[in-house]
Design a protein around this ligand. Structure first.
Ligand SMILES: NC(=O)c1ccc[n+]([C@@H]2O[C@H](COP(=O)([O-])OP(=O)(O)OC[C@H]3O[C@@H](n4cnc5c(N)ncnc54)[C@H](O)[C@@H]3O)[C@@H](O)[C@H]2O)c1
Length: 299
C-alpha cells in the first residue's frame, strides 16, 4: 500500500550511458528531481545534455559521487555496465549510503538476488528492467528477487505507473526475466539458421519482419496459440521442437565473429555490413516505427 512517505521527490540514476541518460530524462519529465551519477566526466556531460534536452523543465543535476546521488533519493536506479561483480560492489556501496531507498537495477538479464547479495536488507532491492529506448517502450519488467518485499514491489509499481510506464510483475528473477528469454530464444534460432546454412542473414530478417513481426504487436504467442488451436500447436511442436537449436552455449559462429572484431554496427561489420552513419539511421528508423505503432488506436 502507498503511504504519504511514498511521494517521491528525488531519484538517483547511476550510470549516464545509453540507458541512464534517457532514464534521467524520463523521470525528470514526470516532475521528479534527478541526480545522475557517472564517473567518466565527458560521459556525464553528454548524458546531462541529452537528459536535459528530453526534460527542459526538469531538475537534473550531475555528479561523480555515489554519496551525492544516492543519499537523499527515495528510489535509485542502477544503469551501469552489465557485469555482476561491478553491480554487486555498487549495490553494497549504495546500501551503506542510504538505509531507506528502494534500490533498483536496470539489468537486462542478471538476477536481482545475485546483484543485491551483499546488501543486508535485501527486501528493498528490486529489478526494474526498462527497455531501450526507455522513454518510448511502455513496459518495465518489475522483477522480484528472493528477498524483495511485497511493499517494495507495490511501491515500485506505483512509482513506475506514476512516471507513465506500464509495469508488469515478474514473480521470480530467472535470468533474462520474461522479455529477454523470449527474445533470445528467437535470436539463438536465427543465428543457428544462418550458421547451418539454411538461409542467409538477410533472409532471416526478411522472414521475421514479414511474418511473425507483423503479428506480434497485435497478438502475443499465448493468444496466438489459442487462436490457431492448441491441438495444431501441439502437432507443430511435436514435428519441429526436436529440430530447433537447444545449444545451452552461445553459437560458435557468433563467437567467431566477435573474436575477429566483427561486432556489428559499431565496427561496420557483423552478420551484415554497416556503412558509416547507418547505425544512427537504424536508431531513427526504429524510434519512428515504435512511435507509429504506439499511436495506433487499435493496438
Ligand atoms: N543498452 C540497452 O539496450 C539496454 C536495454 C535495457 C537494459 N540495459 C541495461 O542497462 C544497463 C546499462 O546499459 P547501457 O547500455 O546504458 O550501458 P553503457 O555502457 O552505455 O553505460 C554504462 C555507464 O555506466 C558507467 N559506470 C560504470 N561503472 C559505474 C559505477 N560503478 N558507477 C557509476 N557509473 C558507472 C559507465 O561509465 C557508463 O557510462 C546494463 O545493465 C544493461 O544491461 C541496456
Amino acid at each position: 500500500m502507498l503511504t504519504e512517505s511514498d511521494v517521491i521527490s528525488s531519484v538517483g540514476i547511476v550510470g549516464a550511458g545509453l540507458m541512464g541518460r534517457r532514464l534521467a530524462g524520463l523521470v525528470a519529465s514526470a516532475g521528479i528531481a534527478v541526480t545522475l551519477v557517472e564517473p567518466v566526466p565527458e560521459v556525464l556531460a553528454s548524458g546531462l545534455a541529452a537528459a536535459r534536452a528530453m526534460a527542459p523543465q526538469g531538475t537534473i543535476v550531475g555528479t561523480a559521487s555515489i554519496d551525492e546521488g544516492v543519499a537523499s533519493s527515495s528510489f535509485v536506479i542502477e544503469a551501469i555496465v552489465e557485469d555482476l561483480a561491478t553491480k554487486q560492489v555498487l549495490f553494497a556501496e549504495m546500501a551503506d549510503v542510504n538505509a531507506d531507498a528502494v534500490l533498483c537495477s536496470n539489468s537486462s538479464v542478471l538476477p536481482i538476488s545475485e546483484i543485491s547479495r551483499s546488501v543486508k536488507d535485501g527486501s528493498r532491492c528490486i529489478g526494474t528492467h526498462f527497455w531501450n529506448p526507455p522513454d518510448l517502450i511502455p513496459i518495465v519488467e518489475v522483477v522480484r528477487g528472493k528477498r524483495t518485499s511485497e511493499s517494495t514491489v507495490d511501491r515500485t509499481v506505483a512509482f513506475l505507473a506514476g512516471i507513465g510506464k506500464l509495469p508488469v510483475r515478474v514473480e521470480r528473477d530467472v535470468p533474462g526475466f520474461v522479455g529477454n528469454r523470449l527474445q533470445h530464444a528467437l535470436w539463438r534460432e536465427a543465428i543457428d539458421l544462418v550458421a547451418t546454412g539454411v538461409c542467409d542473414a538477410e533472409t532471416v530478417d526478411l522472414v521475421v519482419k514479414n511474418t511473425i513481426g507483423l503479428r506480434l504487436g497485435q497478438m502475443g504467442p499465448i493468444e496466438n496459440a489459442d487462436y490457431v488451436g492448441l491441438d495444431l500447436t501441439l502437432a507443430i511442436h511435436e514435428a519441429v521442437l526436436p529440430d530447433i537449436c537447444r545449444d545451452p552455449h552461445p553459437s560458435p559462429h557468433l563467437r567467431a565473429l566477435v573474436d575477429r572484431g566483427d561486432c556489428g554496427a559499431k565496427s561496420g561489420q557483423g552478420f551484415l555490413r554497416w556503412a558509416p552513419g547507418s547505425r544512427d539511421q537504424a536508431a531513427d528508423r526504429l524510434a519512428t516505427h515504435i512511435r507509429t505503432q504506439l499511436a495506433d488506436p487499435n493496438r
